[in-house]
Every structure is written in structure tokens, then in C-alpha cells.
Design a protein around this ligand. Structure first.
Ligand code: ADP
Ligand code: MG
Length: 390
């Protein structure tokens, strides 16, 4: 798959610009094992880069023109390095212009270049194709023009590009995972300080399977904003009773139980989820280190039902996928991944059963919802990199 992607991207570049590319880059999508909706609640996340990539091909030119080309959607866009950068139509260009603008803001000088990109990261399925695009470009330009950026700066540039040019106020997890990913390692990331630690993720007889519900319920944005407001109110109420509490990390379940009546049913449930989820990330890391895959899976499933019943960001389609896969022999864990209200579930399954599980899930999902299920078996892979042989 990777080799084919690289070959096709290289050939397309040759066809499009009548010359071979001088450099190729790979920028991966990402998963998150656990730590959902806690990035904005002073918690930790546990993402990893995966073996699905955006592949970029480049050649520097001796003029001041930038040629951008999106092979998968057969669209191109040109500009001069001196152009004033503002968001434009079509949308895909913004993920790239946002990066060029961030470089300008940091006074990082580039010259003209020709580029094409193509991808095996499904677009808009929650595997963060957008971060892979942003960080791939920033990484490539850093290499080609010797800009002296660190990996952390590259991730931050990607995040800012998404904020300013795509209008999505995302956290840092997606870009960080894409840039810092390592083969067979998950990253425990503190989203507030950007401190991080790698943990070995050899899953033995088990593997990770993503099931794409192919639904996106429209209340994603409103639901997200509502949750942010609810936990903010909750934290303030907790702090007024317990002044030593600065963040949810300082909260105990006892504190929340004690304030149950004052918090009210909804805010109580939201706070309960956050405190439990922060603890679950540490529990998942301990389980991984001990190679206790049953406990890891069980923790992921607990996260799911917390997201569904306490945080209320799941949806019937994803709940069905989780319930149904957990009935399959040997499956250890399942949960919704990402913002919620649709998208993918991430599942810890016995490798040997993969084909049977996929077939069962496809037919069960179609029978229930009339929707064709997409699925992505994934491996944990290394982060953004230059492909040596251009
Ligand atoms: P996600 O990041 O979960 O995949 P987003 O909606 O954040 O979903 O980003 C998807 C958008 O990123 C696409 O709509 C498109 O504009 C851009 N994009 C991603 N991959 C490609 C690609 N291969 N070619 C062109 N545009 C892409
Ligand atoms: Mg995205």
C-alpha cells in the first residue's frame, strides 16, 4: 500500500510537471487509544501515528511560483511566494496556505516549488487527514529550504494553520501524533504542557481495527461546545468548594459525589466522566506496559460507555458497532474515537479473527442501518518523514 502510494505520487508528479520530483515525504494519519474529550480538560491523550499516509512529491524551482496539486481530487492551485495569504475556495488549499502563512509569520523564507500529494488516509473519517496534510507540507518545506524548525514547531504550525485557515479550533493531539509518531509506540501526551512519553505498543496476538460508521451527525460542533461549557461550569463549582483544585487532575471522585446535588444531574455526569477518563489513561498505559491486553481492552470499553452515557457524545450507530463487536469471540475492547456523534470506533481484536469479525460487522451494520461499513486495520507507525529514494 505504502509503496504503491509512493510510486503513484511520483508518477503523477512526473506526468503533471514533466520532470521527476527531487524529494518525497510521508505524513501519517493517527489513532487515539484512549483519553477522549480530556485534551481540553487538562488530561492526557494516548495517540499514535498509523500506516496510512499522505505522500508528497516536490521539486524546487528557480522562480517565485508555488504550484499545489491534489492528485486524489484532481485539482490544482497556483500562487506566488509574494501573494497575500487569506483563506480561499476550494477548501483543501487552506490546509496548505495556512502552513505557508505560518511560515511567513515566523519569518521563514521559502522560494518557488512544485508539489503534488496523494493519500491513503481517508478524508473526514477522524483519522486526521487534515493534520497529515498540514504537517507533511511544513515538514517538507523545513527540509527543502533548511528552515531550522523543530518537530514541535512543525506540529504547532499545523495546528495554527487549521485554526486560522480551516476555522477548526483543534487541540494539538492530531498534529503532534502525526509528527512525533514512532513505530510500535504510543505517545502519552500532556496537551497543556506538551510533555510526552513513548510507550511500547506490541499487542501480541491482538491488533487494532477501525470501523468507520460513515455517519456524521450535525450536532458535532454544538455538542462539542456544549460539553466545553458544561465542564467549565462544573470545574468552577468544584473549585468554589475545594480551593486547592486547579484542574480536573486535582479532582477526586469523592469530591464530585459530595457535590452531586449542587452540580445537578447533567454537570455531575460530565465531571464524573472527565475525572474517570483522566484516570483511565494512566490505567491503559499500565496495562500496556504489563501486556495485560484484557485490561487495556476493558479500559477502552469503559471509556466508550462513559462517552455514551455520562458525556453523551456517542450515537446509535457507534453504540451498535461497539455492542456488536464485543459479542465477537476474543474481542477485548471497543470504543468510539474522536469528537463523537459518528466517525470511527477503535477496536482491540484477536489478529487471527480479523476477517471473520469484519465480515460479521459489515453484514450486521448493513442489516441494522442500511449503511456500508468501512473498515481500516491499522498498524502503529513512524511519524512524518522524508522518503529516502526520490
Ligand atoms: P479528518 O482530518 O478527520 O480526515 P477533516 O475534515 O479535518 O477530516 O479534513 C479533511 C479535509 O482535508 C478534506 O475535506 C480536504 O479538504 C483535506 N484533505 C485531506 N486529505 C486530502 C487529500 N488527499 N487531497 C485533498 N484534500 C485533502
Ligand atoms: Mg481533521
Amino acid at each position: 500500500m505504502k509503496k504503491q502510494l509512493i510510486r503513484q505520487t511520483r508518477e503523477h508528479f512526473q506526468h503533471r510537471y514533466h520532470q521527476a520530483p527531487e524529494a518525497l515525504f510521508l505524513s501519517p494519519g493517527r489513532i487515539n487509544i484512549i483519553g477522549e474529550h480530556v485534551d481540553y480538560n487538562d488530561g492526557f491523550v494516548l495517540p499514535a501515528a498509523i500506516n496510512k499516509y499522505v505522500c508528497f512529491a516536490f521539486r524546487k524551482t528557480d522562480n517565485e511560483m508555488i504550484s499545489l496539486d491534489a492528485k486524489d481530487i484532481n485539482e490544482s492551485y497556483s500562487l506566488s511566494i509574494h501573494d497575500n495569504l487569506v483563506p480561499v475556495e476550494p477548501m483543501w488549499v487552506n490546509y496548505l496556505l495556512g502552513v505557508l502563512d505560518e511560515l511567513k509569520r515566523r519569518n521563514k523564507k521559502i522560494a518557488g516549488f512544485q508539489m503534488t500529494f496523494s493519500s491513503t488516509v481517508p478524508m473526514g473519517s477522524g483519522l486526521s487527514s487534515s493534520a497529515a496534510v498540514e504537517c507533511g507540507l511544513a515538514f517538507a518545506l523545513n527540509t527543502l529550504f533548511d528552515l531550522g524548525l523543530s518537530r514541535q514547531e512543525i506540529a504547532l504550525i499545523g495546528q495554527q494553520a487549521e485554526h486560522r485557515f480551516a476555522g477548526v479550533k483543534c487541540g494539538i493531539m492530531d498534529q503532534f501524533a502525526s509528527v512525533f509518531g514512532k513505530k510500535n509506540k504510543v505517545i502519552k501526551l500532556d496537551c497543556t504542557t506538551l510533555d510526552y512519553t513513548y510507550y511500547e505498543a506490541n499487542l501480541g496476538e491482538y491488533s487494532l481495527l477501525l470501523l468507520d460508521s460513515c455517519v456524521k451527525h450535525t450536532h458535532l460542533t454544538s455538542g462539542y461546545n456544549d460539553r466545553r461549557n458544561e465542564v467549565e461550569v462544573g470545574l468552577k463549582m468544584i473549585q468554589s468548594q475545594f480551593p486547592a483544585v486547579h484542574t480536573f487532575r486535582d479532582c477526586s471522585l469523592e469530591m464530585i459525589e459530595q457535590l452531586k446535588t449542587e452540580l445537578g444531574d447533567i454537570i455531575y455526569k460530565r465531571c464524573l466522566f472527565v475525572v474517570k477518563e483522566i484516570a483511565r489513561v494512566s490505567q491503559a498505559v499500565a496495562a500496556l506496559q504489563a501486556k495485560d491486553f484484557s485490561l487495556l481492552g476493558q479500559t477502552m470499553t469503559e471509556t466508550h460507555w462513559g462517552l455514551s452515557k455520562e458525556y453523551e457524545v456517542s450515537c446509535p450507530e457507534i453504540d451498535f458497532l461497539v455492542e456488536t463487536i464485543l459479542q465477537q469471540e476474543g474481542v477485548l475492547g471497543s470504543r468510539m474515537m474522536g469528537g463523537g456523534f459518528g466517525g470511527c470506533s477503535i477496536n482491540l481484536i484477536p489478529k487471527a479473527q480479523e476477517k471473520t469479525i469484519i465480515a460479521t460487522m459489515k453484514s450486521a451494520y448493513f442489516e441494522k442501518f442500511g449503511i456500508h461499513l468501512n473498515y481500516y486495520p491499522v498498524k502503529i507507525s513512524k511519524g512524518t518523514t522524508q522518503y529516502k529514494k526520490a
